[in-house]
Design a binder for this molecule. Structure first.
Ligand code: ATP
Length: 385
């Protein structure tokens, strides 16, 4: 069946508008459990209609932050503002938020439609209103034909949609999704990510999602907050997080990257030309076109994504800088890409990824080959943190 697509998505970036008022504001939020600090003096603004992700390793405080917004936990210090109003002390059911749990928490003995209707019945809506809302939700998640089934008679993906329909039925302003796709296999996960984005866009709601899956966060989000040990390390669009991580931690957490420690040899800023930083990474000269706060002599890191490293058998013309020579030590064939692990004479490994644009099974570069790795000045970045 041909897929019907929703309206074309337009550029959406309220966070770049200095006059935009945040929909949700976390203001100096700290959460302690005994003497353990789960969230530490955190500030964050989320805008209306944003699809916002909290991303970070297990235990970094993502769920705690979300639970405070939902009202299941109160902050130890700080305030949470929703449309400018402090919501401390407001119980969960009186907040315009609803949370969809990873486990889905569906009632096994109730049909799909009864599961969706449950919260509406609790709110004493009329029978007619409930029936209309349930129909609307079944249509939204494309489960009209499954209304009478019980959760046990559904696939994992269908159960996930029932949970989504149930959490949207009460028309929350903010939907909180805790690892919403964790139980689905990869293919279904990818499809469902696009469906989630469509639903969010169609309904014009604000979605806050907690995930430790970086690909998922990159796919669905308008912006991502990367967390580490109770603090936010960077908040940016997926492209900025990937292309301009602000620290070794973020660079390393998102995607695959080569990171080499080094020292700044010189910096130049010729009028009318891009600023250039020259580094010495343990004998490897590297030139980077970048504005950089660090000064000559400072220890920094040079980071470059594998797909930005070119790999060739022939010696390139210019090898004075941004060039390394080594042996292909291993190759990871990923179908769409191959990743070459190249071992330099001093034992360092640099990863280079190449798109497999042709259907060749025997590739020209193979194990044991001596190869050149090169990259342009604007391909990598200097990390000072
Ligand atoms: P995960 O991805 O594993 O769910 P997370 O980033 O969502 O991790 P949180 O659930 O927010 O992490 O937990 C943050 C920290 O706070 C963890 O170290 C956790 O052990 C601790 N924590 C959470 N709830 C409590 C509690 N009720 N009592 C004590 N410590 C808690």
């Amino acid at each position: 069946m041909a897929k019907t697509l929703g309206p074309v998505k337009r550029k959406f970036a309220p966070w770049t508008d200095p006059n935009a008022v945040p929909f949700i504001r976390f203001e100096n939020i700290t959460k302690r459990y005994g003497d353990f600090t789960a969230v530490s003096n955190l500030n964050l603004d989320i805008y209306e209609r944003e699809f916002f992700s909290l991303l970070g390793p297990s235990g970094c405080g993502k769920t705690t932050l979300m639970r405070m917004l939902a009202g299941f936990e109160e902050p130890t210090e700080g305030r949470i503002l929703l449309q400018g109003h402090d919501i401390s002390g407001v119980p969960p059911h009186r907040r315009p938020t609803n949370m969809m749990f990873q486990s889905y928490a569906l009632f096994p003995h109730m049909s799909v439609e009864k599961n969706i209707a449950f919260g509406l019945e609790q709110d004493n809506l009329s029978k007619g209103e409930i029936a209309a809302r349930v129909q609307e939700m079944l249509k939204l998640v494309k489960l009209e034909d499954f209304a009478k089934r019980k959760p046990g008679q559904l696939s994992g993906g269908q159960r996930q949609r029932v949970a989504l329909a149930r959490s949207l039925a009460k028309r929350p302003k903010v939907l909180l999704l805790d690892e919403p796709l964790g139980a689905l296999d990869r293919k279904l996960r990818e499809e469902t990510q696009f469906e989630l984005m469509d639903i969010q866009h169609t309904l014009g709601l604000t979605f806050l999602i907690v995930t430790h899956d970086q690909e998922e966060a990159m796919t669905v989000s308008d912006r991502i907050a990367v967390m580490d040990k109770g603090v936010i390390v960077q908040v940016d669009t997926p492209a900025e997080i990937y292309e301009a991580p602000n620290s070794r931690y973020v660079a390393d957490f998102i995607g695959d990257i080569n990171i080499m420690e080094g020292g700044i040899v010189s910096k130049s800023a010729e009028p009318g030309q891009a600023p250039v930083v020259t580094l010495d990474c343990d004998g490897l000269p590297v030139t980077v076109e970048q504005e950089c706060a660090a000064t000559t002599g400072d220890r920094v890191a040079f980071a470059i994504r594998p797909e930005k490293v070119r790999i060739t058998l022939d010696q390139p013309e210019n090898t004075a800088s941004n060039a390394a020579y080594g042996e292909v030590w291993d190759i990871g064939y990923l179908g769409d890409f191959s990743v070459f692990l190249v071992s330099l004479a001093d034992g360092r490994i640099i990863r280079a990824a190449q798109a497999n644009v042709s259907r060749l099974v025997d590739r020209p570069i193979t194990f044991g080959d001596m190869v050149w790795l090169t990259w342009p000045k604007d391909a990598g970045l200097v990390l000072t943190r």
